[in-house]
Design a protein around this ligand. Structure first.
Ligand code: PEP
Ligand code: MG
Length: 937
């Protein structure tokens, strides 16, 4: 292990922006800002290596680290002319987590550390503000007790309520009839006077003593060790684990811990704290954007307890429509109110300095930055600077605009957008012409439309979503503990909090619709009261929404509607199209789509699919009329009966293929012949059996017996795929006829067709030879009947390990291979894809697999089979076309593997096509840079 502590302060820093792995994002940003001469309170970072060593040693700080920390505190003391633990010139510090990747709100932070009774008195003297000192002290005890000592926050609620009542009595407010929320509104924290605070502090300490059996620690160093441990511990808390899993952040990274001199945004009206983005994180628009709260500390803005003010006057940024801190203005808050409260209006000099700092930082880091700042008596300090989280829409716009501004290259722009994040751009939004009942307006915290049943707790969201229900999680404000509920919900609605609140930041990261700071709603006791306003912002009525009621959110405008509102398909922006053009110019892999109907084919083509990589013909059999004929075919006694039923299916199949070929004019269409075991099409219950018996004129008993005969112990490894054609060739005959007739019909209309017939689940050359002869025989007959020929290619899926191993033999018969990585994963791992869900989570949690191998290709095992199949196949048939049509075809990290493996194309669901195009471009750029830079770059 190298050095444990990296100091920053006085214009110098041990670390820099490159050291995110060691210092975490926050630590690296603080070091870099210090180097740039930006005002940053001095401090030091305890490295992620120390965190990992702490865990390796069974949660003990490595030897020598405490001494290094004492020395760093000594440096801080001399820099600031203050002493840690001294009442005369108190040095207080914040202790904050900071991992390599930003994990907003998931880990712990402790502010105002270094206080005890005596030091608090000293702080009061030094600042001339007793109320401030006591407020800082009681907040510190509360946070420390909760995070370090494990005494939950709600244990202190009652004590805080008492303090409010005491203050109310002194203010002449009658508090006897008020509930907790009303009392808090009438006597907010800022009105707690020194006497009430002093009494509250004593009560808080008593609660700690009662709960832990020990007095609250008075020694600042004891406090510091406790806090650093707690920050490291928070790396493994439940919410951090859930977040890591969602964002693929490895457990092994660990968090750094930043200890930094406190500055105070709560020293009066000339102080404050805020959060800013150098560009709009929701839309990507190039404007300085953010929120602040006067006379507030640290987490007040992000915690979402008070609704903050915009930084800039309206038109220049900020959030119009957000009610003021007082709640005045509510849903119809006017620009005027916000303008007066904006930092630009309140402290123009500080605002101007901040604007300059943000421009410097964006230029320096060449990316949109997310900043946290504090103003202490009109002096600006930056507390954090990191690459800002953004919606997919914003990511695309920022990347394209920065490339046009010359800040980054087009290649960098392609690499800047996380392919998964553009998924959210492709989803529907509210139909503007649909009738809808407006319920309330809040902040447009994260775009997208979502309809669902209202739930009021994260657990309930998870429970109902688990039953397949769409839910909207409604909370007063969300806390990081709600993360599992946010994940399960379609959308999130909060009564309080701004655009930078936890709910907003996390929802944007997840691509979930979110409306935050909706002050017209109040949530309590399992229901939501909504105040309705007229056009002038006057309240007209109140209605109640209960759990289970349907609402719709429009996260792009911050609007909440009652009931379900219809949506319209996504309209893709010009920047998106531009980025895709750049991506297409660099990618090598072709991108096709898995589509079974003309409608899906059209969607896929609109998203840029370059053909169909998999048309699953069985999906065409589930319509009411068709399933009947299918069942007749399966249950028929002999070949003649089967052929009669198949003849009924032929026109349906042909019609579908005509539609698909037309949509995909000029592009290849791979059609797979029937794959699943036949019993999947059989009647599921008695009623269906009787209906079928009537239609076929066959006794129900006979059908039932046949049903039982077809049942298999292990259908996935049973009578399916091309095995069906070996026993009942007439099924594939009918399908081949439908395909070739359709191709001839479309070609006759002057439309170019490229049919490819694909055999599923083959594993021997003979299977392919038999099915190929069958297909070719049918094709020749059709050509003779129609008097025209079309080119029909013949190929196979590679879905079984044996198929990969004997790929050389298979390639003698097949003109193309498509790796069916769903089945190949299932058969290579011996894990049933239908049952894996029950235990694969535990495998991922235990680190046996980094990710679910059915989502992200197991490169070491299944990937090796793909490479064997590729090598042996191409050796037998040079130029053999190779594709992938399992789910992995739409997964960015798997796409990177397929690029390295030199396959020709991937195929994925229509909505994933743009994701795959971008991922393929990124993979091509990565492959190129691993080969060395291009001469033109
Ligand atoms: C596969 O197995 O990867 C595949 C695409 O086929 P299916 O998912 O239909 O079994
Ligand atoms: Mg398969």
């Amino acid at each position: 292990m190298g050095r444990s502590i990296y100091f920053f302060g006085g214009g110098q820093a041990d670390g820099d922006a490159q050291q995110k792995e060691l210092l975490g994002g926050k630590g690296a940003g603080l070091a870099e800002m210090t180097r740039l001469g930006i005002p940053v309170p001095p401090g030091f970072t305890v490295t992620t290596e120390v965190c990992n060593a702490y865990y390796a040693a069974g949660k003990a700080l490595p030897a020598g680290v405490e001494d290094e920390i004492r020395a760093a505190i000594g440096r801080l003391e001399s820099l600031l002319d203050a002493r840690f633990g001294s009442p005369e010139a108190p040095l207080l510090v914040s202790v904050r987590s900071g991992a390599r990747a930003s994990m907003p709100g998931m880990m712990d932070t402790i502010l105002n550390l270094g206080l005890n009774d005596e030091i608090a008195r000293g702080l009061a003297k030094r600042t001339g503000c007793e109320r401030f000192a006591l407020d800082a002290y009681r907040r510190f005890i509360l946070t420390y007790a909760d995070i370090v000592l494990g005494v939950p926050r709600d244990r202190f609620e009652e004590a805080l309520g008492r303090a409010r009542k005491q203050a109310a009595a002194r203010l002449g407010v009658d508090a006897t009839r008020l509930n907790a929320a009303e009392l808090e509104r009438k006597v907010p924290d800022s009105l707690l006077d020194p006497e009430s605070l002093a009494a509250l502090i004593q009560r808080q300490k008593d609660i700690v003593l009662g709960a832990t059996g020990r007095p609250f620690p008075d020694d600042p160093y004891a406090q510091l060790w406790g806090a650093i441990r707690a920050v490291f511990d928070s790396w493994k808390n439940h919410r951090a684990q859930v977040y890591r899993k969602m964002h693929d952040i490895p457990e092994a990274w660990g968090t750094a811990c930043n200890v930094q001199a406190m500055v105070f945004g709560n020293l009066g009206d000339d102080s404050g704290t805020g959060v800013a983005f150098t560009r709009d994180p929701s839309t990507g628009e190039r404007r300085f954007y953010g929120e602040w709260l006067p006379n507030a500390q640290g987490e007040d803005v992000v915690a979402g307890v008070r609704t903050p003010h915009p930084l800039s006057k309206s038109g220049a940024g900020g959030v119009s429509g957000a009610g003021g801190v007082s709640g005045a203005g509510g849903v119809s808050g006017t620009g005027g109110v916000d303008d007066a409260c904006s930092l630009e209006a309140q402290m123009p000099d500080v605002y101007a300095e901040l604007v300059e700092v943000q421009a410097t930082l964006e230029r320096h880091f060449r990316d949109m930055q997310d900043l946290e700042f504090t103003i202490q008596q009109k002096k600006l300090f930056l507390l954090q600077c990191r690459t800002g989280k953004r919606t997919g829409r914003a990511a695309v716009r920022i990347a394209v605009e920065m490339a046009k501004e010359g800040l980054i290259s087009q290649r960098e722009a392609i690499l800047r957008v996380e392919p998964g994040s553009i998924d959210q751009l492709l989803h529907p939004s509210i139909d503007p012409s649909a009738p809808k009942k407006l319920l309330a307006r809040g902040l447009p915290a994260s775009p997208g439309a979502a309809t669902g049943q209202v739930v009021f707790s994260a657990d309930e969201a998870e429970r109902r979503a688990g039953q397949g229900k769409a839910v909207i999680l409604v909370r007063s404000e969300t806390s990081p503990e709600d993360i599992h509920g946010m994940k399960a919900a379609r959308g999130i609605l909060t009564a309080r909090g701004g655009m930078t609140s936890h709910a907003a930041v996390v929802a944007r990261g997840m691509g979930k619709s979110c409306v935050a700071g909706c002050s017209a709603i109040s949530v309590s006791q399992g229901q939501m009261a909504v105040t309705l306003y007229d056009d002038h912002g006057h309240p007209t009525d109140t209605i109640t929404v209960k759990a289970g009621d349907l609402i719709t959110l429009d996260g792009g405008t911050g609007t909440v509607y009652l009931g379900a509102v219809p949506t319209v398909p996504a309209a893709l922006s010009g920047e998106f199209e531009e980025l895709m053009v750049w991506a297409d110019a660099v990618r090598r892999l072709r991108v096709r789509s898995n589509a079974d109907t003309p409608h899906d084919a059209r969607t896929a083509r609109n998203f840029g699919a370059e053909g169909i990589g998999l048309c699953r013909t069985e999906h065409m059999f589930f319509d009411e009329e068709r399933i009947q004929a299918m069942r007749e075919m399966i249950l028929a006694d002999g070949e003649a009966g089967r052929r009669r039923a198949l003849a009924k299916l032929l026109p349906f199949q042909r019609g579908d293929f005509v539609g698909v070929f037309r949509e995909m004019a000029g592009l290849p269409v791979t059609i797979r012949l029937l794959d699943p075991p036949l019993h999947e099409f059989l009647p599921q219950d008695e009623a269906q059996l009787h209906q079928l018996s009537k239609a076929m004129g066959v006794p129900a008993q006979d059908l039932s017996r046949k049903n039982e005969e077809l049942a298999e112990y292990n259908p996935m490894l049973g009578h399916r795929g091309c095995r069906l054609a070996i026993t009942s060739p007439e099924i594939y005959e009918m399908q081949a006829r439908a395909i070739v007739e359709a191709a001839c019909e479309v070609a006759a209309a002057g439309i170019e067709v490229e049919p490819e017939i694909m055999i599923p689940l083959s594993m021997t050359r003979r299977e392919l030879a038999i099915t190929r002869a069958l297909v070719e025989g049918v094709a020749e007959k059709v050509f003779a009947e129609k008097g025209r020929r079309v080119d029909v290619r013949f190929g196979t899926m590679i879905e079984l390990p044996r198929a990969a191993l004997v790929a050389g033999e298979l390639a003698e018969e097949a003109e193309f291979f498509s790796f069916g990585t769903n089945d190949l994963t299932q058969t290579a791992l011996g894990i049933s894809r239908d049952d894996a869900g029950r235990f694969l989570g535990a495998y991922v949690e235990a680190g046996i697999f980094a990710r679910d191998p059915f989502q992200s290709l197991d490169a070491a095992g299944v990937g090796e089979l793909v490479e064997i199949g590729r090598d042996r196949g191409r050796a037998a048939r040079p130029g053999l076309k190779l594709g992938v049509c399992g789910e992995h075809g739409g997964d960015p990290s798997s796409i990177a593997f397929f690029e390295r493996a030199g396959l020709d194309y991937v195929s994925c669901s229509p909505f994933r096509v743009p994701v795959a195009r971008l991922a393929a471009a990124q993979a091509a750029l990565a492959a190129e840079s691993s080969r060395g830079p291009r001469a033109t770059d």
